[in-house]
Every structure is written in structure tokens, then in C-alpha cells.
Write a protein that binds this ligand. Structure first.
Ligand SMILES: C[S@@+](CC[C@H](N)C(=O)[O-])C[C@H]1O[C@@H](n2cnc3c(N)ncnc32)[C@H](O)[C@@H]1O
Length: 245
């Protein structure tokens, strides 16, 4: 059974310095897909998103939902089936192709003139658009802004030195009244180098506190046996709802 408890007043592992120089290149991420090191992928989708789906959708109108660093997240299908428009960005073309194939969705591929080498993949009804490029290049494609963001395995995967730039990029893509759902992980960063990186509550407040209202909806013990091989014996996932201040 997961433990769900209130946010502790003091952060257990507030140390972000120890991982600050950790970096993965885009090629290393692409290689993870080729060598099947994709233990982060959740075939059944995310339990906390399922639980908070009504809060996420909230307005009942047709929404534009953004999945930064989307991998082949099955939740993209959930939103498209509910009539919403989904946009993802992912550096691995393999991940994107696997998404459409596993979801049995025929798809097309086209170049993105503003970003040399980047490609846009779309299902035939046009409800799911996945950009194959570095997230930091995405604003150059002049895409429409978003009502919702589902950030799972994204902020925690971005190199610590790029976090503020990542947050600025995402917030520049939001519409008024956006709801940004963020999953952050907290563990002892002296025991595991990441990714995923340790993103404690203090870091979330530092990154978003100036511009967003921050509400912690869940704080869940998500330690599984496989995480013990990282050398850690405690892993908490927090789900935050970020809205415009
Ligand atoms: C930890 S995985 C999470 C995938 C997905 N969000 C999920 O929950 O399953 C991070 C993903 O981000 C992609 N990625 C890493 N850095 C990226 C970047 N700068 N731009 C676009 N995609 C990136 C990786 O290829 C990988 O698929």
C-alpha cells in the first residue's frame, strides 16, 4: 500500500548541490530507448493522474494539453479519447513511433521548417501532435499555447543546470488560467546520481514560487524493489498543482 501523507514541514533531502553538475546528452537519452533502459515508462498510466483527472480537466471545455518530454506516455491517448488536443515533445523518434504503433494509431511525419532536423508526428485525426526535437527548440515552431501541462518524468529528467530555462520555456507556453500538474521526486541525492534527479519541495518553490500558486495534492511513498538497486531506501513522489499567481 502506498503511504499518502501530508507534506512534511521540513524537506527530507533539500540538497540539490550534489547533483548540480550531472548531465545527460540528448544522444544518451536516445540510446536509452534503443537499449530499452526505459523503466520509467508506465504501461497502465499514472495512478495519481487517474485519481485527479477531474481536477485536471476541471472546466469541461476542449483543452490543449502539453506533455513535455513525453516518451510514449499512454496518458496522451486518454486525453485525445476524451476529445482534447494533445501536444508532446520528445527527442527520441523511436519513442514517438512506438507510441503510435502501440496505440494502433496511423500517423504521418513532416519536417518542421523552423527547426532544422526536427519532425512533427501526427495521428490521422490530428488530435495528437508529437514534436521530435529538443524541448528548448520548441518555442521556435510558434505553436499555440496550452491550458494544461502534465509534467511527469520531465522536470526530474532535465539536467539540473537547465531547470530554470526549462521552467521559463514551459511557462512561456501557457495560456491564462492554465493548470500545470507536476510530479517531482525526492530521495537522498548522495546515494544516486540520477536521472531522475532529486527535486525537493524547496526546489519546486524556488523554481515556481515567484510566478505560480503551488498546491501539493499528494505526497506518496513510491519506493519499489527496482529503486533499491539505485542505492536508495526512500523515494517520495509529490504531485503539485501549479496555477497562475
Ligand atoms: C524519464 S523519461 C519520461 C517519459 C515520459 N514523460 C513518461 O512519463 O514516461 C524522459 C524523456 O525525455 C526525453 N528527453 C530528455 N531530454 C529531452 C529534451 N531536452 N528534449 C526532448 N526530450 C527529451 C527522453 O528521451 C525520455 O524519453
Amino acid at each position: 500500500m502506498d503511504t499518502i501523507r501530508n507534506l512534511p514541514e521540513t524537506e527530507e533531502y533539500p540538497d540539490t548541490e550534489v547533483q548540480k553538475d550531472q548531465e545527460l546528452t540528448l544522444e544518451e537519452w536516445q540510446e536509452k530507448w534503443v537499449s530499452r533502459k526505459i523503466g520509467f515508462h508506465q504501461e497502465e498510466g499514472h495512478r495519481l493522474l487517474k485519481k485527479h483527472l477531474d481536477t485536471f480537466l476541471h472546466s469541461g471545455i476542449k483543452l490543449r494539453v502539453f506533455f513535455p518530454l513525453c516518451g510514449k506516455a499512454v496518458e496522451m491517448r486518454w486525453f485525445s479519447d476524451l476529445g482534447h488536443s494533445v501536444v508532446g515533445v520528445e527527442i527520441s523518434e523511436l519513442a514517438i513511433r512506438e507510441f503510435f504503433t502501440e496505440q494502433s494509431l496511423p500517423y504521418s511525419k513532416e519536417p518542421i521548417p523552423e527547426i532544422p532536423g526536427a519532425k512533427l508526428f501526427k495521428n490521422s485525426s490530428g488530435t495528437i501532435s508529437l514534436y521530435c526535437c529538443d524541448i528548448f527548440d520548441l518555442p521556435r515552431a510558434n505553436i499555440d499555447k496550452f491550458d494544461r501541462i502534465w509534467d511527469r518524468g520531465a522536470l526530474v529528467a532535465i539536467n539540473p543546470c537547465d531547470r530554470q530555462r526549462y521552467v521559463d520555456t514551459l511557462l512561456s507556453l501557457t495560456r491564462k488560467d492554465f493548470h500545470y500538474f507536476l510530479c517531482a521526486l525526492s530521495y537522498d541525492p548522495t546515494k544516486h546520481s540520477g536521472p531522475p534527479f532529486n527535486v525537493p519541495d524547496t526546489e519546486v518553490k524556488k523554481l515556481f514560487g515567484m510566478t505560480c500558486n503551488i498546491r501539493c495534492l499528494e505526497n506518496v511513498d513510491v519506493l519499489e524493489e527496482r529503486h533499491r538497486s539505485w542505492g536508495i531506501d526512500s523515494l517520495f513522489e509529490r504531485l503539485y498543482l501549479l496555477t497562475e499567481k
